[in-house]
Design a protein around this ligand. Structure first.
Ligand code: PAF
Length: 289
C-alpha cells in the first residue's frame, strides 16, 4: 500500500490506475474500525484500485472541542488499511486540502435543512466541500459511505447533482456495522467510559423494539416512545428522533405518508454524541426490509 500525502502525487498515481481500470474511493476521517473496513472490503471486491482517504476535515466541525478531541490514530489506520487490501492511503494535511480558505457555499436544499442541518450549522457544507475536493482529486468510479450517517449520503448525492461533471460516479451506500450488543460502530465510541459503553446499546435496542411497536401505534406515539425510553437510561439524552422519508429526509406524520420510512436519532451518552437509524419499511426497492 502506498501512503500519499499530496494532491499532485495522488493525481499522477490515479491517472495511471484509471487508464486500466476502475477506482473505488472510501472517504474517512480515520480512527478506523470494522465499519470502515467493511466499506474498504466492498470497494476492494468491486474495483481495480482502492483509495482510502484519512482526513479529519476541520470545515465540517461546528464544535471546536469536538474537532480537538476527534481521535487520530494514523499508524494503526495504515496497518488496518494495508491488511484490508487498500492500494492507496491518501493522508493529506489541512494545508494540502485547503491551500486557501474554501468559501464555497453549496445549495444543499431540503435534505440538509432538517436534523443534523440545524443541529450542526455549517456541518453539511463542510462535508460537501471536502467530499467534492476528494472526488475532484480522485475521479472515482465508485465512492463508499456508511449508512450510519444516513442523512450525509443524501447530502452527498445532492452535492454530486449540483456540481455535475462526475459522470458515471456511483455512490454506494453500505449497511451499518454493529458491535455484538447492537451499538453502531463509530470512531466516537472510544470516548465512552466503560459505564457509558454498557448503556449506549440502548439506542439500537430501542430502535429495534420500536419496529414492532410501529405495527400497532401511530408514528407520533412511536417517535415519542423511542425518545422517552432512551431518555430514561443513565447518561442518555436524546437530541432528536425524527421519522423521515428515506429519500427526501423530510419528517413524516403518518406511516402511510411515505414508501420508505427511516427513524434517525442523535443522542448524547454523557458528552459523546452518537447517531444511529433504523428502517421501518422500504417499499421503493425489490429488497424492501
Ligand atoms: O463520514 C465521514 O467520516 C466524513 O463526514 C467524511 C465523509 C469522510 C467527510 O469528511
Amino acid at each position: 500500500m502506498k501512503i500519499i500525502r499530496t494532491v499532485s502525487e495522488l493525481k499522477s498515481a490515479l491517472a495511471e490506475a484509471r487508464s486500466h481500470g476502475t477506482v473505488g474511493l472510501v472517504p474517512t476521517m480515520g480512527a478506523l474500525h470494522d465499519g470502515h473496513l467493511s466499506l474498504v472490503a466492498k470497494a476492494r471486491a468491486a474495483n481495480d484500485t482502492v483509495v482510502v482517504s484519512v482526513f479529519v476535515n476541520p470545515t465540517q466541525f461546528n464544535n471546536p472541542a469536538d474537532l480537538a478531541t476527534y481521535p487520530r490514530t494514523e499508524e494503526a489506520d495504515c496497518r488496518l488499511l494495508e491488511g484490508a487490501g487498500a492500494d492507496i492511503a491518501f493522508i493529506p494535511t489541512v494545508d494540502e486540502m485547503y491551500p486557501q480558505e474554501d468559501t464555497r457555499v453549496f445549495d444543499l436544499g431540503p435534505v440538509a435543512d432538517v436534523m443534523e442541518g440545524p443541529m450542526r450549522p455549517g456541518h453539511f457544507n463542510g462535508v460537501a466541500q471536502v467530499v467534492s475536493k476528494l472526488f475532484d482529486f480522485t475521479r472515482p468510479t465508485r465512492a463508499y459511505f456508511g449508512e450510519k450517517d444516513f442523512q450525509q449520503i443524501a447530502v452527498i448525492r445532492r452535492m454530486v447533482e449540483l456540481q455535475g461533471g462526475y459522470d458515471g460516479l456511483e455512490i454506494v451506500s453500505c449497511p451499518i456495522k454493529r458491535h455484538s450488543d447492537g451499538l453502531a460502530m463509530s470512531s466516537r465510541n472510544v470516548r465512552l467510559s466503560s459505564e457509558q459503553r454498557e448503556v449506549a446499546p440502548c439506542i439500537s435496542l430501542t430502535l429495534k423494539a420500536s419496529v414492532n411497536m410501529a405495527r400497532e401505534r401511530s408514528l407520533e406515539e412511536t417517535r415519542r416512545w423511542v425518545t422517552d425510553t432512551i431518555d430514561r437510561f443513565p447518561f442518555m439524552k436524546v437530541e432528536y428522533y425524527e421519522i423521515v422519508d428515506g429519500l427526501t429526509m423530510q419528517p413524516v406524520k403518518n406511516w402511510e405518508d411515505t414508501e420508505y420510512c427511516v427513524g434517525c436519532i442523535t443522542a448524547y451518552c454523557g458528552e459523546v454524541r452518537l447517531i444511529d437509524n433504523i428502517t421501518y419499511f422500504n417499499h421503493t426497492t425489490s429488497d424492501a426490509k
